[in-house]
Design a protein. Sequence first.
Length: 128
Amino acid sequence: MSETGSLPDLGGQVRPLIQALPVGVQPRIMATLERAAAARYRTWAGVSPEPMQAEGLRACAAREEGVAARIEMAFPPQSDEQRHIGGVLPQTLASSAPDASVREILSACAQLEGRSAEFLEAIVNRHS
């Protein structure tokens, strides 16, 4: 968290790294990072002294898992992509997806991400 009480823009910081990778690999990296974020939320929930905050963090984790699952359904893994997956995340896949149903899935994922971001911002603002 930054000194001003707002969350860092991790997606913006990592986006150039992702965009340097083949487009076909980017969704699976995103799914991998979403699952890592879910694990981070669960860890925070486990150490939160506030039950309502812990519950909210667990809900954030569930949304991250939901995002990952949807991405994995929309973008089945390719056999050679594991060599590209290293841990970076783009947030611009929806606009570049050629299929309307995939864009819809990714837009729904963005809404879930937004809800988690709002929850985290509320925690930051309450404690700053």
